[in-house]
Design a protein around this ligand. Structure first.
Ligand code: GCU
Length: 595
């Protein structure tokens, strides 16, 4: 009796709590079959599909049988892509869509098979041939499941439950200022590997060195101890080592690297090999560090001419996911004169990060620990930790990524906020000591034309990242150029991570000097005043307007000026340059890169 109950509990645990695996690195370079394209769907706004067990796809057998769902005859959606922008009737859906894709497979006992998702927003349950493989929570990071012992010879039925309902204990929580695009929002791939494959690797310069690589390769499989090779043909690097019983091989070698920088986005072909697998990656090498009150890239102080970007193709009013989407947004960033992009407020798709690096744009990557987070609720810290690890696992070989941002505008009054975020920072630093780590904060006081930057959370940040909207959410209290600063950590670099205000492109509804008419001139003046105020910021290492382009956010409800758009873009959603764009462009052209 006891044994069968224990077995039942174990089965239950496996079924109910099977968690996705963190995704293997560099899927692009693997033996994969892309499952992008048309997927059948069942739109399930009330979530009754769980109760109907739609993943079983029951079909009538007797004359009296019937089932009140079917993928046959239902809507067909494009994957990748949010479901909201594909079907008008579900524009505002925050709920469940069931997706189905069939694929055929020829089994090979020497191979392993995985299903890899670039992202599913927000909660994903994955089913293969009617079996629940498990669940992944988090709308902006990759995950995978192993199918090796579950995939059938011939046809297989893959079903994904995508649920973008908001969760009070989610990341983000219930409130966020961007459109809640749901669905299978990034690429889906079947990945076939050998029995033992290269799951992960880290190949970057050792902290503090400009020519010494310190990294590792991690194998997954029953033959963990293998010869490992790292080749960089252009540098004549042929490094060999052995992986240990855990499949880990430490890498350390020197090279005469031409360092990556915005002016010279140099990358190398790197071949990572073991006896049973081989991958190619394109990797750049650079150093980044804080040196007193400055940020130093490759030994030279640099001024971060940044811009905030949400993952939305404004021309489509949809979640961005493709190379073309990345090219559009990043070309606009380059045109503005930027050398960095803050990918707000969540890890963007991999094309965005790779394209930025290729175009010579540094990347600030962030997890959606955004505003009101339930830091004390059981499980939330684990979610923060997992999301941070998933972000770093995917992008740690992207030298273009220079900053990990672990929170944005969290409330100092929330219980456990400082402890949870300081713990997360320690874990992040242990995972990756080579990049800067920051928390974006807006708790500063502003009185008597003085900013009082007091938040103790800054203790854990390499740079002091401040969001302030003087000139928009709060009026100036004196001349911008007379602004005073009182910094809790006066020796750290300071980065203005958000500033700006709204304007409707071409708005001509009323007095230009009154905020309530969303005039371009009003926004333009905000930028002129902010640029004046930047002269007063101690240790200023960079600025980052909020934001590049108008984007969808349902809380922006003015029927004339906003229509569901946050209008703080320097560009309209059609890519039209507002007057403030020219003010910012002029500033970036004039401010030297090593200000
Ligand atoms: C905040 C927040 C952004 C938001 C912006 C705004 O600073 O970080 O996500 O969109 O302000 O109010 O427009």
């Amino acid at each position: 009796m006891t044994r069968s109950i224990l077995t039942l509990i174990l089965i239950l645990f496996t079924i109910v709590f099977a968690k996705a695996q963190t995704a293997m690195t560099n899927v692009d370079a693997r033996n994969s079959t892309c499952l992008n394209g048309k997927w059948q769907t069942i739109i399930d706004p009330t979530g009754v599909g769980n109760w109907r067990e739609v993943w079983k796809e029951k079909v009538p057998e007797k004359k009296t049988d019937f089932y009140e769902y079917s993928f046959e005859g239902g809507p067909v959606l494009e994957v990748p892509g949010d479901f909201n922008s594909q079907i008008k009737e579900i524009t505002y859906l925050e709920g469940t869509v069931w997706y189905k894709k069939t694929f055929t497979y020829t089994r090979d006992s020497s191979k392993r098979l995985f299903i890899h998702f670039g992202a599913v927003n927000y909660l994903a349950d994955i089913y293969l041939n009617g079996e629940h493989l498990g669940q992944h929570e988090g709308g902006f990071t990759p995950f995978q499941f192993e199918l090796t012992h579950k995939v059938l010879e011939g046809e297989n039925r893959l079903i994904v439950k995508a649920d973008n309902s908001r969760k009070s204990d989610g990341l983000p929580g219930l409130g966020f200022d961007w459109f809640n695009y749901g669905g299978i929002t990034r690429d889906v791939n079947l990945v076939e590997t050998n029995a033992t494959y290269i799951d992960d690797y880290s190949i970057q310069l050792k902290k503090g060195s400009n020519n010494q690589v310190l990294g590792w390769v991690k194998l997954n499989g029953k033959k963990p101890q293998q010869q490992i090779e790292i080749n960089i043909p252009e540098l004549n690097v042929k490094y060999k080592t052995q992986s240990n019983a855990k499949g880990i091989g430490v890498i350390t070698f020197k090279g005469k690297f031409d360092h990556w920088s915005p002016e010279n986005p140099k990358r190398y072909e790197v071949i990572i090999k073991c006896e049973t697998d081989a991958l190619k990656d394109t990797i750049g090498f650079r150093t980044i560090k804080v040196q007193g009150p400055t940020v130093v890239l490759n030994g030279k102080s640099i001024f971060l001419k940044s811009i905030n970007i949400h993952e939305e193709n404004p021309l489509k009013g949809a979640r961005a996911f493709s190379k073309d989407d990345a090219k559009l947004l990043l070309t606009w960033a380059k045109e503005l004169g930027c050398n960095m992009v803050r990918l707000a407020h969540y890890p963007h798709n991999e094309y965005m990060v790779k394209m930025a690096e290729k175009m010579g744009l540094m990347v600030w990557s962030e997890i959606p620990v955004y505003q009101h987070i339930e830091f004390s609720t059981p499980g939330v810290e684990d979610k923060m930790d997992l999301m941070m690890r998933e972000m770093i696992k995917r992008d740690k070989n992207r030298c273009g990524v220079v900053i990990w941002s672990l929170s944005n505008e969290t409330y100092s009054s929330t219980a456990n906020r400082d402890l949870a975020l300081s713990n997360l920072t320690k874990k992040c630093r242990a995972l990756d000591s080579t990049r800067l780590i920051t928390h974006v904060i807006n708790t500063q006081g502003y009185a008597n034309n003085t900013f009082n930057v007091w938040d103790t959370l800054y203790r854990y940040s390499d740079i002091i990242s401040i969001n302030e909207y003087v000139g928009w959410y709060e009026p100036w209290q004196g001349k911008p150029v007379d602004t005073k600063w009182d910094l809790i950590y006066p020796d750290k670099p300071v980065f203005i991570s958000e500033f700006g205000g709204e304007a409707l492109y071409g708005s001509n509804y009323g007095p230009k000097d009154e905020a309530a008419y969303w005039s371009e001139e009003y926004q333009e003046q905000i930028y002129k005043d902010q640029i004046e105020m930047f002269k007063t910021v101690p240790n200023l290492v960079g600025v980052c307007p909020w934001l590049l382009v108008d984007y969808r956010s349902l809380g922006r409800m003015h029927p004339i000026y906003q229509k569901g758009y946050n209008r703080k873009g320097l560009l309209s959603e059609k890519g039209e340059k507002k007057k403030a764009w020219f003010v910012m462009k002029n500033y970036y052209d004039k401010v030297s890169s090593d200000e």
